[in-house]
Design a protein. Structure first.
Length: 246
């Protein structure tokens, strides 16, 4: 089992912001293998993506090697690569902890795995990193599935969280989350949780303007932990994206 090297601070304001009815928890991972990359450790599994809510590994690259997809929400046959982000799990803790560096780490993972294209699924911070990954390698992303991305956090709130952070990694993360939102550069499904304030009101419109018909907005009645509270719906979105019918 890979456990996070750092634990998010307990902060009432943060809890209100993300308003989730379930708490993040750790899951045992299958197929764990350290990457040859200096920055990342990767877990690989053919189990359903939503069976493993690896809440600190929020960027996953999902592919279906045989091109098939099942209508079942368990998504059999989909291989998932779930990297520990820089500063998390067994990955390096070396800075910089910027969106651009995280995105480049994931790009290098795709290179190492010889994945010319992938469906990229990200939750919260991971979803925001996935957006920046799409800016870096737009042609290699079949579709982004952004699960309630933490993006465009008010600067004052981010500064407060950063000041209370127990480690430089977390402090840097809060600072990054306050950056100006950017739109994805690849086909995107944005999942907005109705009981969360992580997604700014104007962000879906920004994405729609940038992507046109390649953008889809899905709203679910849940808190920030979308993949835990709505696992069947999340699995269906992943299955559809892999099959090419989002």
């Amino acid at each position: 089992m890979l456990s996070p090297a750092i634990t998010p601070p307990s902060n009432p304001a943060f809890e209100r912001l993300y308003d989730s009815s379930t708490r993040p928890h750790r899951q045992t991972r299958t197929g764990e293998r350290p990457s040859t990359l200096p920055g990342c450790c990767i877990s690989t599994t053919t189990a359903p993506p939503t069976a493993h809510p690896w809440w600190r590994c929020t960027v996953s690259c999902a592919t279906a090697p045989d091109g098939s997809a099942s209508p079942k929400t368990t998504c059999p046959g989909i291989r998932v690569h779930a990297p520990d982000l820089r500063g998390h799990g067994r990955s390096t803790t070396q800075p910089p902890w910027t969106f651009e560096q995280h995105a480049d780490d994931v790009r290098e993972i795709l290179d190492t795995l010889h994945l010319d294209q992938a469906v990229v699924v990200g939750h919260s911070l991971g979803a925001t990193i996935a957006v920046h990954l799409s800016q870096l390698i737009p042609g290699r992303i079949r579709r982004l599935i952004l699960l309630d991305p933490g993006i465009g956090l008010p600067e004052a709130l981010a500064a407060k969280f950063a000041a209370e952070a127990p480690s430089p990694v977390i402090a840097a993360t809060w600072t990054e989350l306050a950056r100006e939102p950017v739109a994805p550069a690849a086909p995107t499904t944005l999942v907005r949780a109705r009981r969360s304030k992580a997604v700014p009101p104007g962000y879906p419109g920004q994405c729609a303007t940038a992507l046109g018909e390649k953008f889809r907005l899905v709203e679910l009645d849940c808190g920030h932990q979308v993949h835990e509270e709505k696992p069947a719906e999340t699995a269906e979105l992943i299955r559809a994206a892999v099959s090419g019918t989002p």
